[in-house]
Write a protein that binds this ligand. Structure first.
Ligand code: BG6
Length: 499
């Protein structure tokens, strides 16, 4: 009788091997999924509502400039609209200044600037919107760089007058102000354009490392099998910034860290870390998997009081920069009790993840920038007697700025082979090809919704944090304080930063 001998797997056929050489610098490898390669419609118009606002100047226009500099969206027409009494010249200066910050000064970009127009209009009025739309030609992308309530009113007015076929709508976060308003806004938008043409923006989905989680997880045999409750002790997703309010009281004081960061960006990261393997990276599959995992997410023990923390910064110094009390910042209403740091602990109630805490935290005015997800593994069931120095668990660290990957292991050091050392294997990815806003804009211009949040997912994100918002409103969780430039409140649910 012949027995078959298990063989080492043969080399992968050429077709399954990536064409980028292993030694290519990360920056030379495009991070966009293959589905981006679609035929872009020609001579599109981007209509920016809220063109004189902060978001447009700080993020949207630099993202657009970087995208145009790649040669994408040839012949784009750019129209800005706002309530401010600007003229074309003033608007073109803003566009040019923003493009300059990303070195977008080629002939194509200059032509876009030269031909761009500014229309002063109240976008919540029928007359204002009709006038705006009448001045736009070709396939249209409308970017709502507006606060959520104004965006909802503008969308309601658009629903009355209608938009040209094929129009794509880009809506900034937060999408609605709670679950119910997000639901109504979804219903309203559904009367305007099909769901695939609504691009609810979460610019974290445009960050290269965030989407790279898919490759890391699903194209590496040694990673995916251990990402479950049998092997993982906890998952931390942290986004600590040294920046304070930076003059954004008008928006931020009404939002706070939970809505600004956790309810949106960090839940999207959680979804990519915890989703089951999709059969493809198509928009439909990825958004379906995202919805699945977020539907299973809820607060740890369903207890918003034990599973959340909130705090705001008091005066302090960061890198030689003096920050006042958050409550004394211009434009802040201290009575609102807005938090500048939020923490929540979630469970993802599935076979794969039940029992694993997902701890999410974001804070402003912290002592150090810390933007990472850390997967902490359980200790081995049994370590041979005589081995020492393995007390710390293995950790996989995914950095979102700087973009990097680290794996902390206990391995034999150069000395005594039975006394283990801690070693970190690291890889630096370098920045993505485009800034995150460039990536999300590209998605809208190419009519590809992969990087946008699906309507039901936006509602699900509100559902997850709703009990926390209610407990905070009822003052069941005290509003703590931490000095600007410190490591945050002492009663953090995450504990000290793991070494
Ligand atoms: C924004 C938040 O969405 O994301 C800001 O409103 C935050 O408060 C920012 O600072 C962080 O994103 P990035 O891309 O600057 O790391």
């Amino acid at each position: 009788m012949t027995t078959s001998v298990p063989r080492a797997p043969s080399a992968a056929p050429a077709s399954s091997v990536t064409t980028a050489p292993a030694s290519a610098p990360a920056s030379s490898v495009t991070t966009a999924p293959a589905s981006f390669v679609t035929t872009a419609p020609m001579r599109q118009t981007l209509l920016v509502l809220g063109a004189s606002g902060d978001l447009t100047g700080r993020l949207l226009l630099p993202g657009l400039g970087a995208l145009l500099a790649t040669g994408a969206v040839p012949g784009l027409r750019l129209v800005g609209s706002g309530m401010d009494a600007w003229d074309d010249e003033r608007w073109r200066r803003r566009v040019a200044d923003s493009f300059a910050t990303v070195g977008a000064d080629g002939a194509g970009e200059s032509e876009v600037i030269r031909a761009s127009r500014y229309v002063r209009a109240d976008v919540t009025s029928e007359e204002g919107l009709r006038r705006l739309l009448a001045g736009c030609t070709g396939p249209l992308v409308i970017f709502f760089a507006l606060p959520p309530m104004v965006a909802a009113r503008a969308a309601a007015m658009l629903a009355r007058i209608g938009v040209p076929p094929g129009t794509r709508l880009m809506l900034e976060k937060p999408f609605g102000v709670d679950r119910i308003s997000a639901h109504s806004l979804n219903n309203l938008l559904a009367t305007l354009v099909p769901e695939e043409q609504v691009h609810r923006i979460d610019h974290f989905l445009g960050k290269s490392t965030v989407l790279n989680l898919l490759g890391l997880r699903f194209a590496n045999r040694i990673i995916e099998p251990v990402l479950n409750s049998a092997h993982v002790a906890c998952v931390d997703i942290v986004f600590d910034e040294t920046l304070g309010l930076e003059g954004r009281a008008g928006y931020y004081d009404g939002a706070g860290a939970l809505i600004d960061m956790v309810q949106s960006h960090m839940l999207q990261v959680l979804a990519l870390l915890a989703m089951d393997p999709p059969p493809s990276v198509s928009a439909q599959e990825l958004r379906g998997r995202t919805a699945q995992v977020l539907r299973a997410a809820r607060l740890w023990d369903d207890d918003p009081v034990a599973a959340s923390r909130r705090a705001r910064y008091t005066a302090g110094e960061i890198d030689g920069r003096r920050l006042p009390n958050y409550a004394d910042e211009p434009g802040v209403d201290p009575a609102r009790g807005t938090e500048t740091l939020a923490e929540i602990v979630l469970t993802v109630d599935t076979w794969r993840w039940a029992g694993v805490p997902f701890r999410l935290r974001s804070g402003k005015a912290m002592s150090a920038v810390r933007k990472e997800a850390i997967i902490t593994f359980k200790q081995p069931e049994r370590v041979p007697d005589g081995l020492t120095g393995y007390e710390r668990p293995d950790r996989l660290r995914i950095g979102f700025g700087p973009d990097c990957l680290g794996l902390d292991l206990n391995i034999n050091g150069p000395g005594n082979p039975f006394d283990l050392d801690r070693v970190r294997l690291t890889a630096d990815f370098g920045p993505g090809e485009l800034p995150a806003y460039g990536e999300v804009l590209r998605g809208a211009f190419e009519a590809d919704p992969t990087l946008s949040v699906r309507g039901d997912v936006a509602e699900e994100c509100w559902r997850i944090v709703e009990p926390v918002l209610a407990a905070w409103r009822a003052d069941e969780v005290p509003l703590g304080e931490y000095p600007a430039g410190s490591g945050g409140p002492v009663d953090s649910l995450l504990g000290p930063v793991p070494e």
